[in-house]
Design a protein around this ligand. Structure first.
Ligand code: NAD
Length: 424
């Protein structure tokens, strides 16, 4: 018999407590009614399911899954599905709440949701992953739907997983339901530009922030943590814009080159070998060292709570761009703010994914698909408008970009809730 050490979770603090504290802080700053804050601080629905899967070796394993809807005042709920060993119900609730604010800040007609399965997808064969996804989809089939709750990719899930969700749902309904999930492959109703969209919004946010400071992306030194759907494209786009990406990392490898990582080579290497390990012309560092590098922009694009009260005072970047959701804890937020670091918050910087998911949903409902240039131009409009609203609110109220962004968003959800009234 072999024993395996339980992995140490990346969640040092309860993420749902953090999300509710942030709501409370924003509510105080923006004078939002306490009764409404009580409503907005809770998730509308939280479903826990068990997902039994027949494994390739003949054994059966049972995985735990969640689907949480935070709020639907502004439209059907929208949010990714995460496959990760550290998934907890409170993490999913926190991410669902964040989705509500993100959709509201972007002005798209969705509420917030999130789903997850407690699993390390790298440990499963492709057929095991497919069976698990189809069974999880069946267990939550009454929760999701194009007018109800629309999943999308997140950490550990991709377009193939979305294809299996789409197919399982459609088989049960007896016809193809394009709008049930976004982030689908192009062959079955995906949108051009969806895969790169989250990174694009992070790029646009950095570009707009640089412009406010009379700087330009070209020549900026950048460190990107996480080299998945968000981080790898962000590194590539920044490199194409003339930035010097001095460090990149994934869960096992962090790499540094003062003159700049060869990002296209790293991108190709990661796709071929599924790891950054073995990439040439770069020095190995640790993920913690990456966070503390002397760069202009630090872009955490992996998981939550990587910049904390313990390391924030040693962060040397002048801009932190949250490609990931909630990578900066409230304690770190306060320290970075005191140091004058400009934080481009998650609900702004990584909102491109949900914006182009919205475009994909619209295209699917209309069964009419747009050109990539059209998708990117519309995305740019929405993100830049949200950046401007956030920037102006931050200036007018003398608050951080995070408080401003959440404030704009929470006010919109509060207004929708008041306008609709509390049923019955
Ligand atoms: P992904 O699974 O494609 O990639 C995650 C990357 O992070 C991988 O390269 C992985 O190796 C790396 N990683 C994991 N643990 C790490 C660690 N401890 N240190 C360094 N790297 C580590 O996931 P993704 O879709 O790129 O999502 C990343 C983040 O962006 C998450 O916070 C997610 O919620 C957020 N996000 C994603 C989307 C989207 O459209 N995919 C949209 C908005 C926000």
């Amino acid at each position: 018999m072999s024993t395996v050490d339980a992995p140490t979770s990346h969640l040092r603090e309860n993420p749902y407590d953090i999300a509710r504290e942030q709501l409370q802080r924003v509510a105080t700053t923006f004078d939002i009614d306490a009764n409404l804050v009580n409503v907005l601080g809770e998730c509308k629905k939280s479903v826990e399911v068990s997902v039994p899967v027949g494994m390739d070796d003949g054994s059966t394993r049972v995985f735990k899954g969640y689907r949480v809807t935070h709020n639907v005042a502004r439209g059907p709920s929208k949010g990714g599905i995460r496959y990760h060993a550290d998934v907890t119900r409170d993490e999913i609730k926190a991410l669902a709440m964040l989705m509500t604010w993100k959709c509201a800040l972007m002005g798209i007609p969705f509420g917030g949701a999130k789903g997850g399965v407690v699993v390390d997808p790298k440990q499963l064969s492709r057929s095991e992953l497919e069976r698990m996804t189809r069974r999880y989809t069946s267990e939550i089939i009454n929760e999701i739907g194009p007018e109800k709750d629309i999943p999308a990719p997140d950490v550990g899930t991709d377009a193939s997983v979305m294809a299996w969700i789409f197919d399982t749902y459609s088989m049960n309904k007896g016809h193809s339901v394009l709008g049930v999930v976004t982030g689908k492959p192009l062959a079955i109703g995906g949108s051009l530009g969806r895969e790169e969209a989250t990174a694009r919004s992070a790029l646009y946010s950095i570009r707009d922030a640089a412009a406010k400071q009379d700087r330009s992306v070209a020549g900026m030194r950048v460190a990107v943590q996480g080299f998945g759907q968000v981080g790898s494209y962000l590194a590539l786009f920044l490199h194409q814009e003339g930035a010097i990406v001095t460090a990149v990392s994934d869960s096992t490898t962090a790499l540094y080159n003062a003159k700049g990582i060869d990002v296209p080579a790293a991108f190709a290497h990661k796709r071929e070998f599924r790891t950054l390990a073995g990439l040439r012309d770069a020095e190995a560092i640790t993920n913690e060292e990456l966070i503390l590098l002397d760069v202009d922009v630090l872009a955490p694009c992996a998981l939550e709570q990587v910049i904390t009260g313990e390391n924030a005072d040693r962060v040397r970047a002048s801009i932190v761009c949250e490609g990931a959701n909630a990578p900066v804890t409230p304690a770190a937020d306060a320290i970075l703010e005191d140091k004058g670091v400009l934080i481009l918050p998650d609900v702004l910087a990584n909102a491109g994914g949900v914006v182009v998911s919205y475009f994909e949903w619209v295209q699917g409902l209309q069964e009419y698909f747009w050109k990539e240039s059209e998708v990117n131009a519309k995305l740019n409009d929405i993100v830049s408008r949200a950046f401007e609203e956030t920037w102006e609110t931050a200036r007018a109220r003398d608050v951080s970009m995070r408080v401003a962004a959440y404030g704009v968003a929470v006010q919109r959800v509060a207004e929708a809730t008041i306008t609709r009234g509390i049923y019955p």
